[in-house]
Design a protein around this ligand. Sequence first.
Ligand code: ADP
Length: 132
Amino acid sequence: MEKSLIILKPDCMQRKLVGQVISRLENAGLNPIACKIINLDNDLLREHYAHLAHLTFFPEIVEFMSSTPVMVIIFEGENAVERVRNILGPTDSQKAPAGTIRGDFGLDKMRNIAHASDGKDSAEKEIARFFR
Ligand code: ADP
C-alpha cells in the first residue's frame, strides 16, 4: 500500500469538479484516507513549490493557488503515486490526453485542476507538510 498527496486546486473548487475528480480516483480503486479544506499561504506555497520559486511566473502560481481554499486529500492504494499521476495526466492540460483529468477538465499549464505527488519520497514529505 502506498499513499499520495493530492491537492484539488482553486480551478477545480470554483468549477465544481471536486466530485468528478474524486470519483475518477475512487473508480481506479484508490481510497481517500484523509481530507481537509485549507487556504494555502505564501510560506506553505514557497515550501511546496520550492523547485519553481526561481521562475518568473512563480508569483502568478502563488496568486492562483491562494485565490480560493483548496482541498487536500491523501489517497491510498497499490502503486498510488504512479497511478494517480497517470490518471491526472501531464502538467500542460493542452497536451494531456483525453481521458486524463487534466486532459478532460484542465485549461492550461497553470489551471490544471490538481496537484499529485510525483514520487514516493515527495509523497511522504508532502503528507508530513499538509497533515502535521
Ligand atoms: P506538476 O504539477 O505536473 O507536478 P510542476 O511541479 O512542474 O508540475 O509545476 C507545479 C505547478 O506549477 C503546475 O501544476 C502548474 O499549476 C504550475 N506551472 C508549472 N509550469 C508552469 C508554466 N510554464 N506556466 C504556468 N504555470 C505553471
